[in-house]
Ligand binder design. Sequence first.
Ligand code: GYE
Length: 327
Amino acid sequence: MLKKVLTGVAMLGSLALVATGCGGSSDSGDGSSDSGGVIKVGFAQTGSESGWRSANTESMKEAFSKENGFDLVFNAADNDPAAQIAAVRSFINQGVDAIVIAPIVEDGWDDVLNEAKEADIPVILEDRTVSSSDDLYAAWVGDDFTKEGETAGQWAADTFGDTATKLVVLEGTTGSAPANDRATGFDSAIEGTKIEKIDSQTGEFTRDGGKKVMEGFLQKYGVDGIDLVFAHNDDMALGAIEAIEAAGGTPGEDIKIVSIDAVHDGMQALVDGKINFIVECNPLLGDQAAELVKSVLNDESVDKQTFAVDQSFTQDQAAKVLDSRPY
Ligand code: GYE
């Protein structure tokens, strides 16, 4: 039963995916997976930092299941870039057929991606991107982080842009694609408005991290000295809510909050009036990643980039969809 539900969820997720980008042919698909045989895939996950990550891991494990013809070697690196690179190296040594990576940070991938290429093992990226040349991987599937930041920033500009507004930012993992791109998108959307960024610090995409950083901001500026929080994900927004309440403030009123992900707990806080706006980031990328692996191993040409389609929610809109959300 549970499996049936999850399969439905995974299918829903893949329906919301649209292929774009330049069509390129796959690189280094060596056909090592005999057709009809089991495909051994190493998946290097970031860790388990957030609700988004749990939904993504579940989607990946469901898609790369035995029933679907895969033998999945799963590694979660606890958000340590060196440990993640070591995991990829171990996949190469094990001679897996393909490697899937959700790269913790953008930089530092050239060496190990070259090693995979030399070993003729294709690499598919899911979720986050890397700064390496795109010759070093076959394809990427994920969300448009810059657009997410822009959508959040556009909401802030439309809601507060004409009024002097003190903004603090809870950043995601330093050096990660979503932290970099969401900051860029948000900053460009609030440019020329009266929103002033008074502080910005990483909360590592975790609830605890968001809480600690927000506690620091509240000590420094007080509840009255902060008007708006931009959290790079829902988990940090949820941590910030705890910090604001502990400081005697009312989140969503004294201090407004905008965040990204639209995971269940975030959406619940939005419905409860503690968050003011959420931009969705679809974590259900498993089916699409599994299809890419199969196509690449079959030497079929694949799109280099596939973007998920994301929505955004006000408090009223969230109330209408909360019960039907798949994650
Ligand atoms: O927003 C955050 C997670 O890479 C898009 O990572 C992902 C981000 C997501 O920890 O919650």
